[in-house]
Every structure is written in C-alpha cells, then in structure tokens.
Write a protein that binds this ligand. Structure first.
Ligand code: GZL
Length: 359
C-alpha cells in the first residue's frame, strides 16, 4: 500500500530512456520508443452516446457532500504493473489525484489476485479513505470489499472493467470502453487485411471479467456476419500475459500449422505471439498476421515495422474523467451509471503518425 502525500510540485513526467521517475516507469520491453509520449495526444474522450442511461446523484446514492481538497482518495489497481496498460492507468489516476489537490492519496496493487484486491480495499477503508476508485480484477467476487465500503458510507467509482453489481448502490458509475465494439473493430481489421480469408487463432484474455467475454463476442459475431471464409480454428487463454501468450501461440502453431492470423485480446499477448511466430521460423506480420487490443507503444511500434497488422486502442488514462466524475458527483450533479469512452484505431498507414497517442 503506497500513501502519497501530494507535494504541489509533483508533476507527471513523460517516460524517456533517461528518466525513470517514481510512478513513471519505462515499459519493460527493450523495443519501447525513447521519444517521450505526449500525454495530451492520448487523452480520453467520452463517446457522445456514452453518457446515457439512469442517473446517480449524491442523495440517491446516500452519500455525504465532500470537498476533494479535504478527502483521502484510495485507488485499487487489479493487475501487476508489468503491463503498460496498468502502468499508464495507475499513472493517470495518480497524476489526476495530485492535480485535483486531494488531501491524501493511497494506491494499492492486487498483483492479479482477487483475494488481495479485497484485502487491499478493506485495508484502505481501515486507513480512513473517504472515496475509492477501483479497477476491478473480475466482474464478480468483490462483494466483501464493496459491502465494507457501503457499511462505512464510502462511495466507490469503478473504472476499466464492469462489475456485476448495482450502479448507484454498490458503485457510483462505471467508466470504461465498449469492449464488444473493440472486438468488432478488430474483426474488421482482420477482414480488410486478409481480404476475408484467414485461419484465425484467438488468444483469449483472463476468464471471469467482461473484457474477455465482450472482446470475444464482438470479434466472433462480426466474423460470422461478414466473413464466411474466415475460420476461427482455435481459442485459448493467454491470461492477458506476454509469456503465456507466447507459450500458447507456440503450441497452437505446432498443432494447427494452417493458422495464418492471431487475434490477441490484449497487446501483451500479441507481442508474445510475435515472439512465438519468429521462433517457429515464420515472419510475423506476413506469414502470420497479428491483431490485438490496447494501443501500447510496443505494439504500435511493431506496426510501424510491418511485423504487426492492427491494434484497437483501449485507453487506460482514466484519471481526468474519474476526478471530473467525482467532482460532479460531490457537487450534487447527476452522473450516469455508465460513461463509455472512445478508442482510437492503429493500422500500418497511421501508426507512425499516431505513435504519440500510444502508451
Ligand atoms: C481493459 C483492461 C484490460 C487491458 C489488458 O480495460 O481491463 O486488462 O486491455 C489488461 O491489457 O490486462
């Protein structure tokens, strides 16, 4: 558990090769670009149709008014920060907490373990947080933590993955992407790049969360609807991890030599698949094409080299939107129970130009 007593001069520093600043760590992969990311280039935008639905207010939720300047805010991160998505997400929330001028900010990381996320949240509650921002690991299982927060009258704002829980009761609102649309858009990239003829292996994300189920459904439904000559020959989980993605791809390429396309449900698995394709003596991006979701700099860089074929963004920079939503909520204004963000799309033609918006 990390407690940061904000110092006014704290500022997010874009990651560069020379600088590894606490909370801003250059991605592990040696391939990451050394040019600093432009944080503004990657800012999140709310979808025009993304804020409809039932509204939640302070009164309806049963919470007390609060000035964030007097608040201790807690952030519960779900997965290990060896994935640039997680690094960027935590950095965004941390930077926005500082910019919001909160009294105290506490952040925890559950290391991809549900039991630890429960104890992390319970620990922050006992430390006296006034409000919690939670990136749930799974759609179910957080009830002990959510109930502990509710018992203490501590509102919870969820970002990233959606809980099977009651909006404006168990949590204020869900901020996140449209994962079904991401899967559909990845399918469209595959269809266009292969002229609608391919043998696809899907590297599934971890089980138990809506991101995996929706990125799979979006992709499979679009392929079935639009591309009768695309065969999905295998679906296996790579747990959203690079090493597992590589291991599973190695096995699949041996058992299904006809595979010529990989759809990885996140970039880390896609980059693992790239290593496996090379190890099999095949040319990534040509003999076997690779498409994935996230928009990390490492994957977009491979796109610029022709060793990758498409990336759909899943923007993790929830900080500004999360604190804007909390400001509105505590001012007594209504917030909708779901706030969906827009995501970019990277392809061989725009990767160089859009690299700055990758993370
Ligand atoms: C999406 C997030 C996913 C990322 C993966 O909001 O939950 O989890 O796409 C991460 O990189 O593992």
């Amino acid at each position: 558990m990390t407690t940061i007593h904000p110092v006014r001069t704290f500022a997010a520093v874009a990651c560069t090769a020379a600088l590894v600043v606490a909370g801003c760590t250059k991605s592990e992969d040696s391939g990451a670009s050394d040019t600093p990311a432009d944080p503004e280039a990657g800012a999140q935008k709310v979808k025009a149709a993304g804020t409809n639905g039932p509204e939640c207010t302070l009164d309806k939720y049963g919470a007390e008014k609060l000035d964030l300047a007097d608040a201790t805010v807690g952030f519960s991160q779900s997965e290990k920060e060896d994935n640039p998505f997680r690094i960027a997400e935590t950095e965004s929330i941390t930077t926005s907490a500082e910019e919001a001028g909160v009294k105290d900010f506490i952040k925890t990381n559950a290391q991809t373990q549900l039991s630890k996320q429960i104890s992390d949240i319970q620990g922050m509650i006992s430390q006296g947080v006034d409000v919690l921002i939670v990136a749930p690991l799974n759609s179910d299982g957080l009830e002990p933590a959510l109930n502990a927060a509710k018992d203490k009258g501590i509102p919870v704002l969820t970002v990233d993955r959606k809980l099977n829980a009651a909006p404006c009761d168990d949590y204020i609102s869900f901020l996140g992407s449209d994962f079904t649309e991401q899967g559909k858009r990845a399918a469209d990239q595959v269809i266009e790049s292969t002229d609608g003829k391919a043998n696809v292996a899907i590297l599934l994300g971890a089980s138990g969360n809506n991101v995996t189920t929706e990125r799979t459904k979006g992709f499979v439904d679009q392929v079935e609807a639009e591309a009768p000559d695309i065969e999905i020959v295998a679906q296996q989980t790579g747990e959203f991890a690079r090493d597992k993605g590589q291991q599973v791809t190695e096995q699949l390429l041996q058992s299904n030599p006809e595979i010529d396309t990989i759809y990885a449900e996140n970039d880390e698995m896609g980059l693992g698949a790239l290593a496996a394709i090379r190890a099999a003596g095949k040319q990534p991006g040509e003999d076997v094409k690779i498409f994935s979701v996230d928009g990390t700099r490492n994957a977009v860089l491979e796109l610029t080299k022709g060793t990758y074929n498409g990336v759909i963004e899943s923007n993790p920079r929830f900080g500004p939107l999360a604190f804007d939503t909390l400001e509105k909520f505590y001012a007594g204004d209504p917030v909708t129970d779901e706030i969906v963000i827009e995501d970019r799309e990277y392809n061989p033609d725009n990767a160089e130009e859009l690299l700055d918006s990758a993370y």
